[in-house]
Ligand binder design. Structure first.
Ligand SMILES: NC(=O)c1ccc[n+]([C@@H]2O[C@H](COP(=O)([O-])OP(=O)(O)OC[C@H]3O[C@@H](n4cnc5c(N)ncnc54)[C@H](O)[C@@H]3O)[C@@H](O)[C@H]2O)c1
Length: 344
C-alpha cells in the first residue's frame, strides 16, 4: 500500500533545509517522504507561491495549494505534515483530522497554548489519528541508547545536570525540555529568570532556570547569546561518571570515576570511552517517518507522542510563568495555565 502525504508549510523544516549542502543528512519532511518506500508526497501547501513552485519542482510534487482546506478536500491525504508556526497547528490539525487523515507529523512546539495542545490530542485520539511530534532526537538511536544507559544506571545516580541552549525558551527550549524528559523522566517543578543573553526573537525570550525531576535530579538551564553562536548541550554528572552530550546532540564525551593519581584517598573523573557509538548517521527525519509508518500499521504508541509534546510545552509555560514571577518555584502539573507562547 502507498500512503499519500501532504505538507502544510514549505519553509525551512518543511522543504528548505535540504538546500543546505553542509547538512549531511535528510533534514526536511519533503526530503524524508520522497525517500521513503510506501509513501508518495502528493501535495504541498504554502501561502507563498514562489516557495510552492520551487519545492513543487524540486520534489516533483503534483498537487500545489495556497489553502490547506482545499488541499485536504482535493487530495485525500493519509499523512499530513504540519510545518507552520505553532499558533496555526491546531486549526490545520483539526482540518486534517476532519478530512480523514490517518497520521499527523507535527512540528514543535506542539501548539501555542496547553488548551490548544489538549484539543489536538483529543481530536487525534477521538479519530484514531497517529500524532507524532518532531522532537527529532527521540528518533535517533544514539539518544535512545543514552536514555537506556541512564535508565540502566550507567551513570549511577544523576546528581547534577547543566544545559546550554540558544534561540528562545520555546523555539529551542522545547527540544531541550523534551530531551531531558526522555533522559530523566517527568518534571516536577521549574524556576526561571529572563536571561541577560539575547534570544533570536523578542517574542520568545531566553530564560535561565532550574528543572526538578521526579527522581530528584535537578537540571540547570543556561541560555547563551544566539547572535554569537549556536549551542545545544546537556552535561550530566552521575555518581559513576560524567556524560556530556555535545554538538547539538550529534556527539558525546564520557568520563568515568577512578582513584585519583593526584590525591590519596580521593576519586576523580577520567576520560573514557562511551559504550554508545555516536558516529553512526543521525537520520532523524527518515527515522521519524519510518516510525510514523510503523505506528500507523501496528497501532504502536509514538516515541514522541502528543502527550510528550504537551509536556514540553507545559515546561515552557511553567518556566515562563516563573520568570514573570521573578523566579518563584512553579509546581507541575500546571493548573489553570492560560499562557500563550510565541515560537517559530
Ligand atoms: N524540529 C526541528 O528541528 C525544527 C527545525 C526548524 C523549525 N521547526 C519548527 O517548524 C515550524 C516552521 O518553522 P520554519 O523554520 O520551517 O518556518 P518558516 O517560516 O521557514 O516556514 C513556515 C512556512 O509556513 C508557511 N505558512 C504559514 N502559515 C501558513 C498557512 N496557513 N498555510 C500554508 N502555509 C503557511 C509560510 O509561508 C512559510 O513558508 C515551527 O513550528 C518551528 O518551530 C522545527
Amino acid at each position: 500500500m502507498t500512503y499519500r502525504a501532504g505538507i502544510v508549510g514549505c519553509g525551512r523544516i518543511g522543504c528548505g533545509f535540504d538546500d543546505d549542502p553542509r547538512r549531511g543528512y535528510v533534514s526536511t519532511h519533503a526530503g524524508a517522504y520522497t525517500r521513503t518506500t510506501g509513501i508518495e508526497l502528493a501535495a504541498l501547501c504554502d501561502l507563498d507561491e514562489e516557495k510552492l513552485e520551487r519545492y513543487g519542482e524540486k520534489f516533483s510534487v503534483p498537487g500545489r495549494y495556497t489553502d490547506f482546506a482545499q488541499m485536504f478536500a482535493a487530495e485525500k491525504l493519509d499523512i499530513v505534515s504540519i510545518c507552520t508556526l505553532s499558533a496555526t497547528h491546531l486549526e490545520i490539525a483539526r482540518a486534517a483530522v476532519e478530512s480523514g487523515a490517518k497520521a499527523i507529523f507535527c512540528e514543535k512546539p506542539i501548539a501555542e497554548s496547553l488548551s490548544a495542545a489538549d484539543e489536538m490530542i483529543r481530536l487525534c485520539a477521538e479519530h484514531n489519528v497517529v500524532l507524532l511530534i518532531d522532537h527529532q532526537r527521540r528518533f535517533d538511536p544514539f539518544h535512545q541508547r543514552i536514555a537506556a544507559f541512564l535508565r540502566e544506571g550507567g551513570l549511577g545516580r544523576v546528581q547534577q545536570v547543566t544545559c546550554y541552549y540558544t534561540a528562545g525558551v520555546a523555539n529551542t527550549g522545547t527540544h531541550l525540555f523534551d530531551l531531558l524528559r526522555f533522559y530523566l523522566g517527568d518534571v516536577k517543578w521549574v524556576e526561571g529568570r529572563i536571561s541577560a543573553n539575547a534570544s533570536s526573537s523578542n517574542a520568545d525570550p531566553n530564560i535561565d532556570g532550574w528543572l526538578g525531576f521526579s527522581d530528584g535530579a535537578v537540571a540547570a538551564i543556561q541560555a547563551c547569546d544566539a547572535r554569537a553562536y549556536t549551542i545545544f548541550e546537556i552535561h550530566l554528572l552521575g555518581t559513576k561518571g560524567r556524560l556530556r552530550v555535545t554538538s547539538h546532540g550529534f556527539s558525546a564525551e564520557f568520563e568515568e570515576v577512578r582513584d585519583s593519581g593526584r590525591y590519596s584517598g580521593y576519586r576523580e573523573l577520567f576520560p573514557s570511552t562511551l559504550p554508545i557509538d555516536a558516529d553512526r548517521p543521525h537520520e532523524v527525519m527518515l527515522n521519524g517517518v519510518a516510525h510514523l509508518l510503523d505506528c500507523m500499521e501496528t497501532g504502536r504508541n509514538p516515541v514522541s507522542s502528543g502527550e510528550d509534546g504537551r509536556a514540553a510545552l507545559e515546561v515552557i509555560c511553567g518556566i515562563s510563568q516563573s520568570a514573570l514571577e521573578c523566579g518563584s518555584r512553579v509546581e507541575m502539573p500546571l493548573t489553570g495555565a492560560s499562557l500563550h507562547i510565541a515560537s517559530k
